[in-house]
Design a protein around this ligand. Structure first.
Ligand code: BGC
Length: 269
């Protein structure tokens, strides 16, 4: 356990937490003192291992299965979470998929799948979280905020990306969903922010960083000269979820090694 527990006794729910960025966020929140619901859609064994890892570092966790694009399953997940721990203080909307295709070949199913998980999932989970925050009321010993929502978005909420029109459309939507609900809920003490990762070493982009040419091409897009690690994202999420970030709402932190800095202009233009 870390010395200072920024999130002591708070209750967090992280979607898509059985692997990748979501797993690191779940562990990071636990090390900061939060109890963590490890949500997963499929692969219960991996989620169970994350729960074990959290107990190993002295934390508390519970795995709950739910497809974030299903209204009924999301509602049932929140019901179980509240039944287990009394309430939820922090929601991290992390679950996401890429369903890539050249635009003219993209099927409606590919479009709908990306939008359902990457955008509608944020809507459904955020709505249940906000209902729960309002039902519970403020608990000053835990946090100055009534509740915190953190959207895991992408640099592609801003950078266009050929061959990924469904994904970028969803991420652009996440940005305005985040800002609109941040504006709507700020007076009630609910903070809503986003973290937008660049290229982070996970399974979602392994086909790129997993081979030398792919990695070389990728590094040309990253001025900092390295691919990101999942912990780079987890640390920022812990901070955003804590009262250290109490004056921040409606904002996006781009954690991308400078990918948003138009690196080709260092020598071009
Ligand atoms: C995508 C990754 C990609 C990164 C930077 C992320 O949102 O999921 O596949 O490497 O953006 O382009």
């Amino acid at each position: 356990m870390d010395g200072i527990q920024l999130l002591k006794s708070q209750r967090a729910l992280v979607t898509g937490a059985s692997s990748g960025i979501g797993k690191a966020i779940a562990l990071g929140l636990a090390k900061a003192g939060a109890k963590v619901i490890v949500n997963y859609r499929a692969g219960g064994e991996k989620a169970a291992l994350v729960v074990d890892e959290i107990y190993d570092v002295g934390g508390e966790a519970l795995a709950i299965q739910a497809d974030v694009s299903s209204e009924h399953e999301v509602q049932e997940m929140f019901r179980q979470a509240v039944e287990a721990w009394g309430s939820i203080d922090i929601l991290v909307n992390n679950a996401g998929v890429q369903v890539d295709a050249p635009f003219h070949e993209m099927t409606l199913e590919q479009w709908n799948t990306a939008l359902a998980v990457d955008l509608t999932g944020h809507f459904l989970c955020s709505r249940e979280a906000v209902k729960e925050f309002k039902r519970r009321g403020i608990v000053p010993e835990l946090s100055r905020a009534l509740g915190k929502i953190i959207a895991i978005s992408s640099v592609h909420d801003t950078i266009p990306w050929a061959g990924h029109a469904n994904y970028t459309a969803a991420k652009g939507g996440v940005k305005m969903l985040m800002k609109s609900i941040a504006q709507e809920l700020a007076p009630e003490g609910i903070r809503v922010n986003a973290v937008s990762p660049g290229a982070i070493k996970t399974d979602i982009n392994k086909s790129v960083w997993g081979n030398p040419e792919g990695m070389e091409g990728l590094l040309k897009l990253i001025p900092a000269g390295r691919i990101g690690e999942v912990e780079d994202i987890a640390k920022a999420v812990v901070w955003l979820a804590s009262d250290e970030a109490d004056y921040m709402t409606g904002e996006t932190l781009y954690l991308d090694g400078g990918m948003m800095l138009y690196p080709s202009f260092r020598t071009g233009g």
